[in-house]
Design a binder for this molecule. Structure first.
Ligand SMILES: [Zn+2]
Ligand SMILES: [Zn+2]
Length: 296
């Protein structure tokens, strides 16, 4: 059978999947990664540092060397939430967020029981966020929307009961997210993870006091409206994240992402906003300590 061009592109992407990009120049003033999935990165992309290295330590050490000295490990289901809570309990550089992902919630055999597990984990002192939760009309069709919304409402309530930050996944669902937050009453601290709106939606989130966390997407050539959103976000409400292993910043799109690549995203943000890089890093760090900290 002959190989079509699209197949060969896929094969090429698969071959490159395990190749982590070279480390960028480290940041002088450290920042934190507000949203990463160490467990998925290890499963899907392997380990920087090669065989024999402890995968979690290798990722955390590589990040620290790049000036990313704190990490928020984000859960998407029961096992990953438990894993993150346990890692945070023993690792001074890691805090955890726990949740059922909005695309997983409609598929769970017993949503109520899974929510009880998340509520149990939420009580851990080093679990500082409830997320990622929210709405996703891109990957979940109308048949899953009711369970997705029920799960989001339950996570909002958990965040409020435990006084933890709510970390929102919003994919093609800006107005649904605001409608549900308004009807439940938003928790004191809300982080819009991988902010994906335009300037108008950013202004709405800023007005509500939400934090806007920008991922590698802000470096993409096509992301003009996202950069407009970044420009109008006040320094006191801005964060940066990888969402690793996804959303690898330019110039490494197609390769795996990890926290040590944050400097590429922060530098792009500083340039877009006309900020002094060190001042932006200091502002991001202060926001992280206020929302999630202290780490140790
Ligand atoms: Zn997400
Ligand atoms: Zn995520």
């Amino acid at each position: 059978m002959s190989t079509s061009p699209s197949e060969s592109r896929r094969q090429k992407a698969a071959r490159r999947a395990g190749e982590f990009p070279a480390a960028p120049e480290p940041l002088a003033v450290p920042v934190f990664d507000s949203h990463t999935h160490l467990d998925i990165t290890i499963q899907e992309a392997g380990v920087p540092g090669g065989p024999g290295a402890d995968p979690v330590e290798a990722l955390i050490t590589a990040a620290a060397k790049a000036g990313v000295d704190r990490i928020v490990q984000v859960g998407v289901d029961e096992p990953s939430s438990r894993w993150g809570a346990e890692l945070a309990a023993r690792h001074p550089s890691v805090l955890a967020a726990v949740a059922l992902h909005p695309n997983d919630a409609p598929l769970l055999p017993d949503l109520d029981e899974s929510l009880r597990v998340i509520e149990g984990l939420a009580a851990s002192p080093r679990v500082r966020g409830i997320g990622e939760t929210g709405m996703d009309t891109f990957r979940t069709g109308p048949e899953g929307r009711e369970a997705q919304e029920k799960s989001f409402r339950a996570h909002i309530a958990i965040a409020k009961r435990h006084g933890k930050a709510l970390i929102i996944h919003d994919r093609d669902a800006h107005q649904d997210v605001l409608r549900i937050l308004d009807s439940e009453g938003a928790p004191d601290t809300v982080v819009m993870h991988c902010f994906s709106g335009d300037a108008e939606f950013a202004a709405e989130c800023v007005r509500r006091g939400f934090y806007l966390s920008f991922a590698g997407t802000v470096t993409f050539a096509s992301a003009g409206s996202l950069r407009e959103a970044a420009v109008l976000t006040p320094p006191s409400q801005i964060m940066v994240e990888t969402d690793a292993p996804y959303l690898t910043p330019v110039p490494h799109r197609g390769r795996p992402n990890a926290s040590y690549l944050i400097p590429l995203t922060v530098r792009a943000l500083a340039e877009t906003r006309g900020d002094d890089l060190d001042e932006l890093c200091a502002a991001i760090s202060a926001n992280g300590d206020r929302v999630f900290g202290p780490w140790s």
